[in-house]
Design a binder for this molecule. Structure first.
Ligand SMILES: *[C@@H]1O[C@H](CO)[C@@H](O)[C@H](O)[C@H]1NC(C)=O
Ligand SMILES: *[C@@H]1O[C@H](CO)[C@@H](O)[C@H](O)[C@H]1NC(C)=O
Ligand SMILES: *[C@@H]1O[C@H](CO)[C@@H](O)[C@H](O)[C@H]1NC(C)=O
Ligand SMILES: [Fe+2]
Length: 464
């Protein structure tokens, strides 16, 4: 018996596994690579740029509600000044260069003292225009660029990349490089858990600096839309650090006031044809709390005639069939799921579980204390829930699942990767998930998503 007879055996095994998956309603990808935790890269892998007081850890995010604003953030290590960003549209004359000044923050954490953290908001930019911007002075000057989104509108095509739980290991580098190798992504939706500094002794905040340097190659050139995860809490009474989210809130600013939010931990933006709502799994969301009150007022404001696609980012998943963080999202689901179904949310992206999972369109909102209807059922008004916590951080992959695969779970696989959401028009968006081991164009999971407001019909499963 030679190698030839192995092939049919392998194929048979694959078909068998696929078949087992389908019987239970979904697919469990058997492509499991790296299992154990991976160490973070040495700090030297993310060196500061050369020059004196050179701006570093440069990142941008949307700076207003509709897409004409940008928040530019950076750190200067030695001096507070210059605290200015100079910017101009591509092709502009020298005299048309404009300036915005930053507000400067700094904080201490245990024995760590931060550099000068700058946040400058640029407003009233032209839509759909390439801008250059410059930071620093003398031999510490650096230049970057970004492109503003098209004006908000129902059929504006736009492409988002989605990552979560990134960290700073060799796998994290692979994920980011893999995302950047695909020229399609215009804005990153980040599902929380950024640096994993808190996995180091004393929450070594230099790991927040190395992470800022690591992601700069993407985050300085396209907006990253931030969501807070549990690794942003940095709540450490044993270090006398009592203020939750202290490093995160100093370093990552978002335009929360533009959506009448009272906290940077929950807010919304409109970008091209999408209305994006960011929620906080680690802030109060019970009835009467600020987050609850804000979301209740926010959902009726969504104008699908302007932004057909309603997308939610939250760190802890509501539907998760891994044996990791199982049911941690349950209390928030109980609070808000019926609102999402009523509002016809299209997609909910979460992180937290270090693996990939995509749900069917299901809801579990019928239950009351007397009727026993406590199982999820197919629901054409429900969002698709996607767990994309597979960025590749220091804690390794989540590799064990609840068995059998629940019927609500359409596809799950313990591999690192990222996703791409290509909105085409008000009815169609093409969604793909890319595992790190594959070449750029290869999608390990992909399907057409139909808009819940304009075209609420069932999507054909890619696996049937
Ligand atoms: C950069 O400028 C600073 C002061 O402006 C100077 O001390 C330093 O030597 C310069 N470095 C280089 C590489 O020219
Ligand atoms: C519970 O659900 C049942 C069936 O859907 C319904 O008839 C009943 O009125 C509900 N009870 C309450 C208290 O809402
Ligand atoms: C929307 O995009 C899809 C996919 O590209 C296309 O098949 C469909 O015809 C488009 N709809 C309209 C109204 O253009
Ligand atoms: Fe997490």
């Amino acid at each position: 018996m030679g190698a030839r007879s192995m092939v049919p055996a392998a194929v048979t095994l694959f078909l068998f596994l696929s078949f087992v998956g389908l019987c239970n309603g979904g697919i469990t990808g058997n492509y499991v690579r790296q299992v154990g935790p991976t160490a973070d890269m040495p700090k030297e892998a993310f060196p500061p740029p050369p020059g004196f007081n050179t701006p570093e850890q440069v990142h941008i995010t949307q700076g207003d509600h509709g897409g004409r604003g940008v928040i530019v953030s950076w750190v200067t290590p030695a001096m507070r000044h210059p605290n200015v960003v100079t910017y101009w549209a591509e092709g502009a004359k020298l005299k048309d260069k404009q300036k915005a000044h930053s507000k400067i923050y700094s904080y201490r954490y245990f024995t760590y003292s931060s550099g000068y953290i700058h946040h400058a908001t640029i407003e009233a930019l032209e839509y759909d225009t390439k801008y250059f911007y410059e930071l620093g002075r003398g031999n510490g000057t650096r230049r970057f660029s970004f492109t503003t989104p098209p004006k908000v509108g129902p059929d504006v095509p736009y492409t988002f990349g989605i990552m979560g739980d990134l960290g700073q290991t060799s796998a994290s580098i692979q994920t980011l490089e893999h995302y950047m190798a695909n020229p399609k992504g215009q804005t990153v939706l980040f599902a929380g858990d950024l640096s994993y500094a808190d996995d180091h002794p004393y929450h070594d905040n230099e790991r927040w600096d190395t992470w800022g340097r690591f992601v700069e190659k993407s985050a300085a050139y396209q907006p990253w839309i931030w969501t807070a995860g549990n690794h942003e809490l940095d709540f450490a009474p044993e270090l006398e650090e009592y203020t939750p989210f202290k490093p995160y809130l100093n370093r990552y600013h978002v335009p929360y006031r533009a959506s009448q939010s009272t906290s940077p931990l929950w807010y919304s933006i409109k970008r091209a044809s999408a209305h994006i709502i960011v929620l906080s799994s680690y802030s109060a969301y019970g009835k009467y709390t600020p987050q609850y009150t804000w979301l209740k007022q926010e959902l009726p404001k969504v104008n699908r005639a302007e932004t057909p696609w309603l997308i939610v980012l939250v760190h802890s998943p509501w539907y998760n069939s891994y044996n990791y963080h199982y049911m941690e999202g349950e209390t928030m689901r109980v609070m808000f799921e019926s609102w999402f179904v009523q509002s016809k949310v299209d997609i909910v992206f979460a992180g937290h579980v270090h693996a990939y999972e995509r749900s069917e369109r299901i809801s579990n909102i019928k239950f009351n204390i007397t009727n026993g209807q406590s199982a999820p059922v197919k629901d054409p008004s429900a969002p698709v829930y996607i767990t994309i916590g597979d960025g590749g951080n220091i804690e390794g992959l989540a590799t064990s699942y609840t068995e059998p695969q629940p019927s609500y779970s359409a596809y799950r696989e313990a591999s690192f990767g990222h996703a791409i959401l290509e909105i085409k028009n008000r009815t169609h968006a093409h969604y793909t998930w890319h595992r790190n081991q594959d070449n750029t164009p290869v999608a390990a999971d992909s399907l057409w998503l139909y808009n819940r407001y304009y075209y609420p019909v069932e999507e054909p499963s890619p696996w049937e």
